[in-house]
Ligand binder design. Structure first.
Ligand SMILES: C[S@@+](CC[C@H](N)C(=O)[O-])C[C@H]1O[C@@H](n2cnc3c(N)ncnc32)[C@H](O)[C@@H]1O
Length: 239
């Protein structure tokens, strides 16, 4: 299990310290592919013409922005994250859509301030790994998503995955060890955060494992699509 330099599990602290260089590092470390993946994810989030949408673990609102750009004006949009520094950056960015267009909420994914069956669709970009990987609250987090999602609603996850091809998988793991951890740590000044990113990405689920996790928790149907030879993937799970 990952421990930071003080011997602790990664916590809220990690996501509070990264933000100033966070967006820049995402572009650099994914070779500028992350925004394209979020755009595809936003389209999947909106595929059921939802009237209420949540961007869970919205961070600096990159996925929220794409959802807002593609959604009908009447669609209610929310972003939730527990890091106030991520949300401060998010607030500046979503201002282009006008005040009150997007409601940003500081809260915990394990205890969300929404009624049962509230959302038609929930998206999460690069946050589900944090909610589930070596996380004792993984089941709690998935049950909470199921609680606030309407029956038939969509939960759309874009996340790092595992390439099926052995050689590609080895190169992908080397990339995280040799580039993501040291470069991310150097540029952000937060070694723990990027060591955690590299470790969790290298050890995260395959699409089949992710599908099993979601179905065992109560989702009725899952569809996974690999991106960039399986380095990442979009998973659509239906309640
Ligand atoms: C890797 S970042 C992804 C941010 C954003 N979605 C993106 O695409 O860049 C993970 C985010 O999950 C948030 N997070 C992690 N655990 C959380 C929890 N239990 N409740 C709410 N937010 C959480 C962190 O604060 C962080 O902003």
């Amino acid at each position: 299990m990952f421990r930071d330099e003080s011997g602790h599990r990664p916590t809220q602290k990690i996501f509070t310290e990264v933000p100033p260089k966070y967006d820049f590092l995402n572009r650099v470390l994914t070779l500028n592919m992350d925004e394209d993946w979020r755009k595809k994810t936003a389209r999947e989030v909106l595929a059921n013409n939802p009237s209420k949408v949540l961007d869970l673990c919205c961070g600096t609102a990159d996925l929220t922005m794409h959802i807002a750009a593609y959604a009908d004006k009447e669609t209610e949009l929310y972003g939730l994250d527990f890091s106030h520094t991520m949300l401060a950056r998010a607030k500046e960015k979503v201002a282009v859509f006008g005040e009150d267009r997007i409601k940003l909420i500081q809260g915990d994914a394990g205890n969300m301030p929404f009624e049962n069956d509230y959302f038609d669709s929930i998206g999460i970009s690069f946050g589900f790994r944090n909610l589930t990987f070596e996380n004792p609250d993984a089941q709690l987090h998935i049950k909470e998503v199921l609680r606030v999602l309407k029956p038939g609603g969509r939960f759309v996850i874009v996340e790092t995955s595992q390439p099926e091809n052995d050689l590609v998988r080895i190169l992908y793991h080397v990339y995280h060890n040799v580039i993501t951890a040291p470069i991310g740590g150097l540029i952000s000044g937060n070694r723990d955060a990027y060591n955690y990113l590299a470790y969790s990405a290298n050890n995260y689920y395959t699409l089949n494992e992710l599908s099993a996790l979601l179905k065992n928790a109560g989702f009725s149907k899952t569809t996974g699509t690999p991106l960039m030879m399986g380095a990442a993937a979009i998973m659509v799970a239906v309640k």
